[in-house]
Design a protein around this ligand. Sequence first.
Ligand SMILES: Cc1cc2nc3c(=O)[nH]c(=O)nc-3n(C[C@H](O)[C@H](O)[C@H](O)COP(=O)(O)OP(=O)(O)OC[C@H]3O[C@@H](n4cnc5c(N)ncnc54)[C@H](O)[C@@H]3O)c2cc1C
Length: 386
Amino acid sequence: MQFDLIIVGGGLAGLSLACALRDTPLRVALIEQRPPRRPEGWDARVYAISPANAAFLQQIGAWKHLDSQRIQPISAMEVYGDAGARLDFSAYDTGVSELGFILESSLMACELWENVKRQGNLTLISPGSPQRVEIREDAAIVGLADGNTLSGRLLVAADGRDSWLRRSCGLTAFDTPYNEKGVVANFVCEKPHRGRAYQWFSDEGVLAWLPLPDKRISIVWSAPDELADQLTALPPEELCDRVAAAGGYKLGKLSPLTPAAAFPLRLMRVPKVVAPRVALIGDAAHGIHPLSGHGINLGYQDARALAETLAACQPWHDIGHLNILERYQRARKEEVLLLQTSTHALRRLFKTDLPGLKPLRNLGMNLTNGFPLLKNKLARYALGTL
Ligand SMILES: Cc1cc2nc3c(=O)[nH]c(=O)nc-3n(C[C@H](O)[C@H](O)[C@H](O)COP(=O)(O)OP(=O)(O)OC[C@H]3O[C@@H](n4cnc5c(N)ncnc54)[C@H](O)[C@@H]3O)c2cc1C
């Protein structure tokens, strides 16, 4: 089977790239081993999506059919240091209608999936499992487990942080483990959150409370491995008490909505995200600590940038040529590096136990809080509007 582009991996990054290519003449194949599905009730994988990425999802037709009852706009955010410092952001002060949106991963995945299923220029191969890859001068060949062979001018690795395609193509990734796990779970809270998100830096890691519609919240507790294992082993009621206490009972008592799950965290740097006939997007191209909530936000912007690069090509251009792919790499390098470096530095700053550093980092937070212009710039950068 002959295509222009073959995407391996139909997570949020791969699916959004496929959708973004729907109005191009490119013939696209998407290989995904496991179609997405909605869990019963609420999904514990919940993401903060920046307004810039909500606009991207809107543009590719994957926002307007989402159930608005399951999307929570963020009106404000409170960040607390480990010695009493506090940093506040609000949509009102920043001059935007919301700081972002909280929604379930599987809600977005299923909507994108339905869109690609209807897409005229796309062949969906799922369940599908690539077994071998061969990069030739004029084409990339993918052999599937069922014996079929696909050929394309460009192969896109969107197969997540342990990307098989990245490894098969010899693109190197450098991992720095945080020795932490991201513990996620949803709760019902006693008091209304009014669209407010909270984050606490402490000796026990970084705890974020993300508002969900009605009196629900989702948490991401980036905790040292040992603590994360203890948290996930707690009976639901005890976990509620533990999480409510860690957040100073800001929203009163909590009751359980979903069981807790934990994901190992690591920084992953990939110096080259393109090679002849290959491009990496999403977690296949970078790994970042979830404290800044940027993982899939970066992935969506990769998809947008690659789709724009390909859409700008003329019919006689070879879309798998390194010169073209390097345009995509250049377009993404700065943002990814900046966010990875700043998020990593922030995590290190709050993990380091040097005498005198604790008051200093809290002073830094309080000072930032006192400078509306600086705060506004920080907020606008995070929103993707700077
Ligand atoms: C605790 C935690 C909290 C987070 N919170 C946020 C947040 O608030 N905001 C945010 O932006 N990001 C957040 N992230 C990051 C976010 O989860 C990831 O960035 C995002 O899921 C990456 O999407 P992806 O499509 O690149 O990769 P994945 O989601 O890993 O998708 C890869 C896809 O490829 C498929 N696949 C893999 N191998 C193959 C193969 N060989 N053949 C076929 N298919 C294959 C898989 O089945 C999967 O569907 C968080 C991460 C963690 C761990």
